[in-house]
Design a protein around this ligand. Structure first.
Ligand code: GDP
Length: 456
Protein backbone atom coordinates (compact mmCIF):
# COMPACT_ATOMS: atom_id res chain seq x y z
CA UNK A 1 0.00 0.00 0.00
CA UNK A 2 1.27 3.45 -0.89
CA UNK A 3 1.35 6.09 1.80
CA UNK A 4 -0.04 9.58 1.35
CA UNK A 5 3.47 11.05 1.01
CA UNK A 6 4.35 8.67 -1.77
CA UNK A 7 1.20 9.60 -3.68
CA UNK A 8 2.08 13.27 -3.33
CA UNK A 9 5.49 12.69 -4.88
CA UNK A 10 4.25 10.91 -7.99
CA UNK A 11 3.93 13.09 -11.01
CA UNK A 12 1.37 12.68 -13.78
CA UNK A 13 2.56 10.49 -16.66
CA UNK A 14 2.62 12.14 -20.10
CA UNK A 15 0.76 10.37 -22.90
CA UNK A 16 1.14 10.88 -26.66
CA UNK A 17 -1.40 9.69 -29.26
CA UNK A 18 0.07 8.26 -32.47
CA UNK A 19 -1.10 6.42 -35.59
CA UNK A 20 -1.80 6.65 -39.30
CA UNK A 21 -3.53 9.70 -40.78
CA UNK A 22 -7.36 9.58 -40.49
CA UNK A 23 -7.36 6.66 -38.07
CA UNK A 24 -8.90 8.90 -35.39
CA UNK A 25 -6.13 10.43 -33.25
CA UNK A 26 -7.71 13.90 -33.14
CA UNK A 27 -11.20 12.48 -32.58
CA UNK A 28 -9.94 10.42 -29.64
CA UNK A 29 -8.27 13.44 -28.02
CA UNK A 30 -11.41 15.54 -28.63
CA UNK A 31 -13.57 12.86 -27.04
CA UNK A 32 -11.28 12.63 -23.98
CA UNK A 33 -11.23 16.44 -23.65
CA UNK A 34 -15.01 16.57 -23.97
CA UNK A 35 -15.56 13.98 -21.26
CA UNK A 36 -17.08 15.60 -18.20
CA UNK A 37 -17.74 14.02 -14.89
CA UNK A 38 -20.55 15.34 -12.75
CA UNK A 39 -19.19 13.82 -9.56
CA UNK A 40 -17.56 16.73 -7.67
CA UNK A 41 -15.07 14.55 -5.82
CA UNK A 42 -13.82 12.94 -9.03
CA UNK A 43 -12.30 16.21 -10.18
CA UNK A 44 -12.69 17.85 -13.55
CA UNK A 45 -10.57 17.41 -16.65
CA UNK A 46 -8.31 20.44 -16.88
CA UNK A 47 -6.90 22.09 -19.93
CA UNK A 48 -3.20 22.96 -19.90
CA UNK A 49 -1.30 24.74 -22.62
CA UNK A 50 -0.68 22.04 -25.20
CA UNK A 51 -2.00 19.26 -22.98
CA UNK A 52 -5.09 17.93 -21.20
CA UNK A 53 -5.08 16.44 -17.72
CA UNK A 54 -7.48 13.68 -16.78
CA UNK A 55 -7.41 13.13 -13.01
CA UNK A 56 -7.51 9.63 -11.57
CA UNK A 57 -10.84 10.43 -9.90
CA UNK A 58 -12.46 11.02 -13.28
CA UNK A 59 -11.12 7.76 -14.67
CA UNK A 60 -12.28 5.88 -11.57
CA UNK A 61 -15.73 7.44 -11.87
CA UNK A 62 -15.89 6.30 -15.52
CA UNK A 63 -14.68 2.77 -14.82
CA UNK A 64 -16.59 2.06 -11.64
CA UNK A 65 -15.26 -0.93 -9.73
CA UNK A 66 -13.08 -2.16 -12.61
CA UNK A 67 -10.16 -0.08 -11.33
CA UNK A 68 -7.80 -1.57 -8.77
CA UNK A 69 -7.96 0.23 -5.42
CA UNK A 70 -4.17 0.36 -4.99
CA UNK A 71 -3.57 2.78 -7.89
CA UNK A 72 -1.38 5.75 -6.91
CA UNK A 73 -0.85 7.43 -10.31
CA UNK A 74 -2.52 10.86 -9.98
CA UNK A 75 -3.95 10.96 -13.51
CA UNK A 76 -2.86 11.24 -17.15
CA UNK A 77 -1.56 14.25 -19.08
CA UNK A 78 -2.38 13.93 -22.79
CA UNK A 79 -0.32 15.94 -25.27
CA UNK A 80 -2.87 17.75 -27.44
CA UNK A 81 -0.89 17.45 -30.68
CA UNK A 82 -1.16 13.90 -31.98
CA UNK A 83 1.25 12.13 -34.31
CA UNK A 84 4.75 10.82 -34.17
CA UNK A 85 6.12 14.11 -35.27
CA UNK A 86 4.96 15.54 -31.94
CA UNK A 87 6.34 12.48 -30.18
CA UNK A 88 9.85 12.85 -31.59
CA UNK A 89 9.84 16.62 -31.26
CA UNK A 90 9.02 16.55 -27.59
CA UNK A 91 12.22 15.32 -26.06
CA UNK A 92 13.20 15.05 -22.46
CA UNK A 93 16.75 14.52 -21.33
CA UNK A 94 17.92 11.36 -23.06
CA UNK A 95 14.57 10.13 -24.30
CA UNK A 96 11.02 10.77 -25.32
CA UNK A 97 8.95 13.27 -23.39
CA UNK A 98 5.93 10.98 -23.50
CA UNK A 99 6.01 8.28 -20.83
CA UNK A 100 3.31 6.27 -22.60
CA UNK A 101 1.67 6.19 -26.00
CA UNK A 102 -1.68 5.26 -27.51
CA UNK A 103 -1.34 3.80 -31.00
CA UNK A 104 -4.62 4.43 -32.80
CA UNK A 105 -5.47 1.92 -35.53
CA UNK A 106 -8.64 2.10 -37.62
CA UNK A 107 -10.00 -1.43 -37.05
CA UNK A 108 -11.49 -1.49 -40.56
CA UNK A 109 -8.14 -0.61 -42.17
CA UNK A 110 -5.56 -2.27 -39.95
CA UNK A 111 -1.88 -1.34 -39.94
CA UNK A 112 -0.81 1.34 -42.44
CA UNK A 113 2.64 2.85 -43.16
CA UNK A 114 2.45 5.45 -40.41
CA UNK A 115 1.31 2.80 -37.90
CA UNK A 116 4.51 0.87 -38.57
CA UNK A 117 6.57 4.06 -38.50
CA UNK A 118 5.08 4.91 -35.10
CA UNK A 119 5.88 1.43 -33.75
CA UNK A 120 9.50 1.75 -34.90
CA UNK A 121 9.78 5.06 -33.08
CA UNK A 122 8.13 3.67 -29.92
CA UNK A 123 10.53 0.76 -29.98
CA UNK A 124 13.52 3.07 -30.51
CA UNK A 125 12.51 5.10 -27.45
CA UNK A 126 11.40 2.01 -25.45
CA UNK A 127 8.03 3.64 -24.76
CA UNK A 128 5.27 1.37 -23.40
CA UNK A 129 2.11 1.66 -25.52
CA UNK A 130 -1.42 0.39 -25.91
CA UNK A 131 -3.27 -0.12 -29.21
CA UNK A 132 -6.65 1.60 -29.53
CA UNK A 133 -8.53 -0.37 -32.19
CA UNK A 134 -10.76 2.50 -33.25
CA UNK A 135 -14.03 2.89 -35.20
CA UNK A 136 -15.71 -0.27 -33.87
CA UNK A 137 -19.01 1.56 -34.38
CA UNK A 138 -18.47 1.04 -38.11
CA UNK A 139 -19.00 -2.68 -37.65
CA UNK A 140 -22.52 -3.38 -38.81
CA UNK A 141 -24.97 -4.20 -36.09
CA UNK A 142 -22.98 -2.38 -33.38
CA UNK A 143 -25.33 -0.90 -30.79
CA UNK A 144 -23.74 2.08 -29.01
CA UNK A 145 -24.18 2.38 -25.27
CA UNK A 146 -21.90 5.31 -24.39
CA UNK A 147 -22.85 5.41 -20.74
CA UNK A 148 -21.53 2.03 -19.80
CA UNK A 149 -17.91 0.89 -19.71
CA UNK A 150 -16.91 -1.15 -22.72
CA UNK A 151 -16.56 -4.58 -21.19
CA UNK A 152 -20.24 -4.60 -20.22
CA UNK A 153 -21.54 -3.23 -23.48
CA UNK A 154 -19.22 -5.50 -25.46
CA UNK A 155 -20.71 -8.58 -23.86
CA UNK A 156 -24.12 -7.08 -24.66
CA UNK A 157 -23.40 -6.92 -28.41
CA UNK A 158 -24.89 -9.42 -30.86
CA UNK A 159 -22.64 -12.42 -31.46
CA UNK A 160 -21.79 -11.49 -35.04
CA UNK A 161 -20.55 -8.06 -33.88
CA UNK A 162 -18.44 -9.68 -31.18
CA UNK A 163 -17.07 -12.12 -33.77
CA UNK A 164 -16.23 -9.28 -36.19
CA UNK A 165 -14.33 -7.34 -33.51
CA UNK A 166 -12.57 -10.54 -32.47
CA UNK A 167 -11.45 -11.27 -36.05
CA UNK A 168 -10.18 -7.72 -36.56
CA UNK A 169 -8.41 -7.77 -33.19
CA UNK A 170 -6.63 -10.97 -34.18
CA UNK A 171 -5.47 -9.37 -37.41
CA UNK A 172 -3.81 -6.69 -35.25
CA UNK A 173 -2.33 -9.37 -32.98
CA UNK A 174 -0.84 -10.99 -36.10
CA UNK A 175 0.65 -7.73 -37.36
CA UNK A 176 2.14 -6.97 -33.96
CA UNK A 177 3.58 -10.47 -33.82
CA UNK A 178 5.28 -9.92 -37.22
CA UNK A 179 6.92 -6.88 -35.64
CA UNK A 180 8.08 -8.89 -32.64
CA UNK A 181 5.41 -7.94 -30.08
CA UNK A 182 3.21 -10.29 -28.16
CA UNK A 183 -0.30 -8.84 -27.79
CA UNK A 184 -3.92 -9.65 -27.00
CA UNK A 185 -7.25 -8.04 -26.25
CA UNK A 186 -6.65 -6.08 -23.05
CA UNK A 187 -9.18 -7.91 -20.87
CA UNK A 188 -7.37 -11.20 -21.52
CA UNK A 189 -3.93 -9.91 -20.52
CA UNK A 190 -2.54 -10.66 -17.09
CA UNK A 191 0.90 -9.09 -17.49
CA UNK A 192 1.13 -5.82 -19.42
CA UNK A 193 4.92 -5.75 -19.12
CA UNK A 194 5.04 -8.72 -21.52
CA UNK A 195 2.03 -8.09 -23.72
CA UNK A 196 0.70 -5.14 -25.66
CA UNK A 197 -2.97 -4.56 -24.88
CA UNK A 198 -5.47 -3.94 -27.68
CA UNK A 199 -8.55 -1.97 -26.62
CA UNK A 200 -11.45 -1.83 -29.09
CA UNK A 201 -12.87 1.71 -28.98
CA UNK A 202 -15.00 4.20 -30.81
CA UNK A 203 -13.80 7.78 -30.69
CA UNK A 204 -17.20 8.65 -32.13
CA UNK A 205 -19.47 7.12 -29.47
CA UNK A 206 -16.93 7.10 -26.64
CA UNK A 207 -17.27 3.36 -26.19
CA UNK A 208 -14.13 1.72 -24.81
CA UNK A 209 -12.49 4.99 -23.78
CA UNK A 210 -12.87 4.29 -20.03
CA UNK A 211 -11.14 0.96 -20.61
CA UNK A 212 -8.36 2.64 -22.61
CA UNK A 213 -7.73 5.11 -19.77
CA UNK A 214 -7.80 2.29 -17.25
CA UNK A 215 -5.20 0.30 -19.21
CA UNK A 216 -3.00 3.42 -19.46
CA UNK A 217 -3.18 3.91 -15.70
CA UNK A 218 -2.27 0.24 -15.27
CA UNK A 219 0.69 0.64 -17.64
CA UNK A 220 1.90 3.73 -15.79
CA UNK A 221 1.58 1.89 -12.51
CA UNK A 222 3.58 -1.10 -13.78
CA UNK A 223 6.27 0.56 -15.84
CA UNK A 224 6.68 4.00 -14.46
CA UNK A 225 6.04 4.08 -10.76
CA UNK A 226 9.72 4.20 -9.89
CA UNK A 227 10.70 6.76 -12.49
CA UNK A 228 7.71 8.95 -11.72
CA UNK A 229 8.47 9.15 -8.01
CA UNK A 230 10.49 12.01 -6.52
CA UNK A 231 10.37 14.13 -9.61
CA UNK A 232 8.05 16.89 -8.49
CA UNK A 233 10.55 18.81 -6.39
CA UNK A 234 13.74 20.52 -7.53
CA UNK A 235 14.37 22.88 -10.46
CA UNK A 236 11.94 22.59 -13.38
CA UNK A 237 12.93 20.70 -16.52
CA UNK A 238 10.87 20.79 -19.69
CA UNK A 239 10.61 20.95 -23.44
CA UNK A 240 9.56 23.84 -25.68
CA UNK A 241 6.49 22.85 -27.72
CA UNK A 242 6.03 26.02 -29.70
CA UNK A 243 7.30 29.57 -30.01
CA UNK A 244 4.33 31.89 -30.57
CA UNK A 245 3.69 35.58 -30.89
CA UNK A 246 0.54 36.38 -28.92
CA UNK A 247 -1.33 39.62 -29.50
CA UNK A 248 -0.94 41.82 -26.45
CA UNK A 249 1.76 39.61 -24.96
CA UNK A 250 4.60 39.49 -27.49
CA UNK A 251 6.70 36.35 -27.96
CA UNK A 252 5.84 33.45 -25.68
CA UNK A 253 6.74 29.79 -25.52
CA UNK A 254 4.40 26.91 -24.85
CA UNK A 255 6.26 24.32 -22.82
CA UNK A 256 5.67 21.02 -21.07
CA UNK A 257 7.35 20.84 -17.67
CA UNK A 258 8.03 17.15 -17.03
CA UNK A 259 10.13 17.39 -13.91
CA UNK A 260 10.38 19.69 -10.89
CA UNK A 261 8.94 23.14 -10.25
CA UNK A 262 8.97 26.40 -12.23
CA UNK A 263 8.15 29.80 -10.65
CA UNK A 264 7.72 33.39 -11.78
CA UNK A 265 11.11 35.13 -11.47
CA UNK A 266 13.07 31.92 -12.15
CA UNK A 267 16.09 32.06 -14.46
CA UNK A 268 15.56 29.62 -17.32
CA UNK A 269 17.90 28.29 -19.99
CA UNK A 270 16.39 27.48 -23.41
CA UNK A 271 17.78 26.24 -26.72
CA UNK A 272 17.85 29.03 -29.30
CA UNK A 273 17.97 29.37 -33.07
CA UNK A 274 21.69 30.17 -32.89
CA UNK A 275 22.66 28.98 -29.44
CA UNK A 276 21.10 28.43 -25.99
CA UNK A 277 20.34 31.53 -23.90
CA UNK A 278 19.08 32.49 -20.46
CA UNK A 279 16.11 34.66 -19.55
CA UNK A 280 13.85 35.34 -16.56
CA UNK A 281 10.26 34.09 -16.30
CA UNK A 282 7.98 37.14 -16.30
CA UNK A 283 4.68 35.24 -16.19
CA UNK A 284 3.31 31.69 -16.23
CA UNK A 285 0.01 31.42 -18.04
CA UNK A 286 -2.64 28.71 -18.07
CA UNK A 287 -5.76 28.67 -20.23
CA UNK A 288 -9.01 29.73 -18.61
CA UNK A 289 -11.68 27.07 -18.43
CA UNK A 290 -13.97 29.18 -20.63
CA UNK A 291 -12.28 30.82 -23.55
CA UNK A 292 -13.05 34.51 -23.55
CA UNK A 293 -12.77 36.70 -26.57
CA UNK A 294 -10.19 39.24 -25.46
CA UNK A 295 -6.66 37.92 -25.76
CA UNK A 296 -5.51 39.34 -22.42
CA UNK A 297 -8.35 37.50 -20.73
CA UNK A 298 -7.71 34.13 -22.26
CA UNK A 299 -5.16 33.11 -19.66
CA UNK A 300 -4.93 32.81 -15.92
CA UNK A 301 -1.64 33.83 -14.32
CA UNK A 302 -0.12 31.40 -11.85
CA UNK A 303 2.94 31.93 -9.69
CA UNK A 304 4.30 28.36 -9.75
CA UNK A 305 3.73 25.04 -11.47
CA UNK A 306 4.62 21.48 -10.66
CA UNK A 307 5.37 18.70 -13.17
CA UNK A 308 3.85 17.38 -15.29
CA UNK A 309 2.11 20.40 -16.75
CA UNK A 310 1.72 22.41 -19.91
CA UNK A 311 2.21 26.17 -19.61
CA UNK A 312 2.70 29.34 -21.63
CA UNK A 313 5.79 31.26 -20.51
CA UNK A 314 6.28 34.98 -20.92
CA UNK A 315 9.91 36.18 -20.78
CA UNK A 316 12.21 38.59 -22.64
CA UNK A 317 14.03 37.34 -25.74
CA UNK A 318 11.74 34.41 -26.53
CA UNK A 319 11.66 35.32 -30.24
CA UNK A 320 15.00 33.48 -30.37
CA UNK A 321 13.74 30.27 -28.76
CA UNK A 322 13.60 27.06 -30.78
CA UNK A 323 10.68 24.65 -30.74
CA UNK A 324 11.63 21.20 -29.53
CA UNK A 325 14.58 22.46 -27.52
CA UNK A 326 15.17 21.76 -23.82
CA UNK A 327 14.18 24.17 -21.05
CA UNK A 328 15.77 24.19 -17.61
CA UNK A 329 15.39 26.28 -14.52
CA UNK A 330 18.86 27.46 -13.37
CA UNK A 331 20.36 29.58 -10.60
CA UNK A 332 22.77 32.49 -10.98
CA UNK A 333 25.52 30.11 -9.82
CA UNK A 334 24.91 27.19 -12.16
CA UNK A 335 23.51 28.92 -15.23
CA UNK A 336 26.80 28.81 -17.17
CA UNK A 337 27.04 25.06 -16.56
CA UNK A 338 23.42 24.54 -17.62
CA UNK A 339 24.04 26.61 -20.78
CA UNK A 340 26.98 24.35 -21.66
CA UNK A 341 24.93 21.21 -20.98
CA UNK A 342 22.10 22.34 -23.25
CA UNK A 343 24.58 23.36 -25.93
CA UNK A 344 26.03 19.85 -25.72
CA UNK A 345 22.56 18.29 -26.01
CA UNK A 346 21.81 20.33 -29.13
CA UNK A 347 25.22 19.75 -30.69
CA UNK A 348 24.66 16.00 -30.46
CA UNK A 349 21.88 16.24 -33.01
CA UNK A 350 24.13 17.91 -35.59
CA UNK A 351 25.84 15.31 -37.69
CA UNK A 352 28.78 15.82 -39.98
CA UNK A 353 30.58 12.63 -40.94
CA UNK A 354 33.54 11.99 -43.23
CA UNK A 355 31.43 9.37 -44.92
CA UNK A 356 29.81 9.79 -48.28
CA UNK A 357 26.06 10.27 -48.10
CA UNK A 358 23.26 12.79 -48.43
CA UNK A 359 22.25 15.87 -46.42
CA UNK A 360 19.26 16.05 -44.05
CA UNK A 361 17.51 19.10 -42.66
CA UNK A 362 14.68 18.85 -40.11
CA UNK A 363 12.69 21.24 -37.97
CA UNK A 364 13.63 19.94 -34.54
CA UNK A 365 16.30 17.90 -32.79
CA UNK A 366 13.95 14.99 -32.17
CA UNK A 367 12.68 14.75 -35.73
CA UNK A 368 16.24 15.02 -37.08
CA UNK A 369 17.29 12.11 -34.94
CA UNK A 370 14.25 10.04 -35.93
CA UNK A 371 14.73 10.60 -39.65
CA UNK A 372 18.47 9.92 -39.58
CA UNK A 373 17.76 6.66 -37.75
CA UNK A 374 15.09 5.71 -40.23
CA UNK A 375 17.39 6.44 -43.20
CA UNK A 376 20.26 4.50 -41.75
CA UNK A 377 17.88 1.62 -41.10
CA UNK A 378 16.98 1.73 -44.80
CA UNK A 379 20.69 1.61 -45.70
CA UNK A 380 20.84 5.25 -46.82
CA UNK A 381 24.04 7.01 -45.81
CA UNK A 382 23.90 10.46 -44.22
CA UNK A 383 26.90 12.78 -44.48
CA UNK A 384 25.39 15.91 -42.94
CA UNK A 385 22.33 16.54 -40.80
CA UNK A 386 21.21 19.74 -39.16
CA UNK A 387 18.17 21.51 -37.71
CA UNK A 388 16.72 24.42 -39.68
CA UNK A 389 15.22 25.57 -42.99
CA UNK A 390 17.11 24.90 -46.22
CA UNK A 391 19.47 27.83 -46.84
CA UNK A 392 21.86 28.84 -49.59
CA UNK A 393 24.67 27.70 -47.33
CA UNK A 394 23.20 24.19 -47.28
CA UNK A 395 23.16 24.05 -51.09
CA UNK A 396 26.80 25.20 -51.16
CA UNK A 397 27.70 22.54 -48.58
CA UNK A 398 25.81 19.83 -50.49
CA UNK A 399 27.74 20.78 -53.63
CA UNK A 400 30.92 19.71 -51.87
CA UNK A 401 29.64 16.12 -51.55
CA UNK A 402 31.99 13.96 -53.64
CA UNK A 403 29.42 11.56 -55.14
CA UNK A 404 26.99 13.07 -57.67
CA UNK A 405 24.22 10.74 -56.45
CA UNK A 406 24.68 12.10 -52.93
CA UNK A 407 24.10 15.72 -53.86
CA UNK A 408 20.63 15.54 -52.38
CA UNK A 409 18.95 17.36 -49.49
CA UNK A 410 15.98 15.77 -47.72
CA UNK A 411 14.03 18.37 -45.76
CA UNK A 412 11.62 17.16 -43.11
CA UNK A 413 9.02 19.73 -42.05
CA UNK A 414 11.23 22.62 -43.21
CA UNK A 415 10.96 25.36 -45.83
CA UNK A 416 13.27 26.19 -48.70
CA UNK A 417 14.24 29.78 -47.92
CA UNK A 418 13.34 32.31 -50.65
CA UNK A 419 16.96 33.29 -51.31
CA UNK A 420 17.78 29.61 -51.78
CA UNK A 421 15.28 28.96 -54.56
CA UNK A 422 17.03 31.06 -57.19
CA UNK A 423 20.44 29.65 -56.31
CA UNK A 424 19.02 26.15 -56.38
CA UNK A 425 17.85 26.51 -59.98
CA UNK A 426 21.41 27.04 -61.17
CA UNK A 427 22.71 24.15 -59.09
CA UNK A 428 22.69 20.36 -59.61
CA UNK A 429 21.47 19.73 -56.06
CA UNK A 430 18.19 17.84 -55.78
CA UNK A 431 15.94 18.87 -52.88
CA UNK A 432 12.99 16.89 -51.51
CA UNK A 433 10.74 18.20 -48.76
CA UNK A 434 7.81 16.55 -46.99
CA UNK A 435 6.23 16.41 -43.56
CA UNK A 436 5.70 12.65 -43.61
CA UNK A 437 8.91 10.67 -43.12
CA UNK A 438 8.01 7.64 -45.22
CA UNK A 439 6.82 9.79 -48.14
CA UNK A 440 10.06 11.74 -48.06
CA UNK A 441 12.09 8.54 -48.15
CA UNK A 442 9.82 7.05 -50.83
CA UNK A 443 10.26 10.12 -53.07
CA UNK A 444 14.00 9.98 -52.63
CA UNK A 445 14.22 6.26 -53.36
CA UNK A 446 12.06 6.64 -56.49
CA UNK A 447 14.34 9.38 -57.76
CA UNK A 448 17.43 7.35 -56.92
CA UNK A 449 16.08 4.35 -58.85
CA UNK A 450 15.21 6.52 -61.87
CA UNK A 451 18.74 7.97 -61.84
CA UNK A 452 20.25 4.48 -61.71
CA UNK A 453 17.98 3.22 -64.51
CA UNK A 454 19.01 6.19 -66.62
CA UNK A 455 22.70 5.48 -66.02
CA UNK A 456 22.34 1.79 -66.99
P1 GDP B 1 -6.48 11.66 -37.39
O1 GDP B 1 -5.98 12.07 -38.74
O2 GDP B 1 -5.87 10.36 -36.96
O3 GDP B 1 -6.38 12.71 -36.34
O4 GDP B 1 -8.04 11.29 -37.61
P2 GDP B 1 -9.34 12.13 -37.24
O5 GDP B 1 -9.60 12.13 -35.78
O6 GDP B 1 -9.28 13.44 -37.92
O7 GDP B 1 -10.44 11.21 -37.90
C1 GDP B 1 -10.51 10.96 -39.29
C2 GDP B 1 -11.95 10.68 -39.71
O8 GDP B 1 -12.42 9.52 -39.08
C3 GDP B 1 -12.90 11.81 -39.31
O9 GDP B 1 -13.85 11.97 -40.34
C4 GDP B 1 -13.55 11.28 -38.04
O10 GDP B 1 -14.83 11.81 -37.85
C5 GDP B 1 -13.60 9.78 -38.32
N1 GDP B 1 -13.56 9.00 -37.08
C6 GDP B 1 -12.63 9.06 -36.09
N2 GDP B 1 -12.91 8.18 -35.11
C7 GDP B 1 -14.04 7.53 -35.50
C8 GDP B 1 -14.82 6.48 -34.91
O11 GDP B 1 -14.56 5.94 -33.83
N3 GDP B 1 -15.91 6.06 -35.63
C9 GDP B 1 -16.23 6.59 -36.83
N4 GDP B 1 -17.34 6.11 -37.45
N5 GDP B 1 -15.54 7.58 -37.40
C10 GDP B 1 -14.44 8.04 -36.75
Amino acid sequence: MATATETKNLRTPIVCVMGHVDHGKTSLLDKIRGTTVVDKEAGAITQHIGATEVPLGTIKAMCGNMMAASVVIPGLLFIDTPGHHAFTTLRSRGGALADLAVLVVDITEGFQPQTIEAIKILRQFKTPFVVAANKIDKIQGWAPSPNSPFIKSFTGQPDYVKAAIETKTYELVGKLSDLGFSSDRYDRIRDFTRNVGIVPISAKTGEGIPDLLMVLIGLAQKFLEDSLRMTVTGPGVGTVLEVKEERGLGFTIDAIIYDGVIKVGDTIVIGGKEKPFTTKVRALLKPKPNREIRVEERFDRVSRLTAAAGVKILAPGLENAMAGSPLRVATEENKETVLKEIEGEMEKARIVTDETGIMIKADTLGSLEAIVNELRGAGIKVAMAEVGDISKKDIINAETLPEAMDRVILGFNVQILAETKEYLQASDIKVFTNDVIYRLIEDYEKWQKAQKDMAD
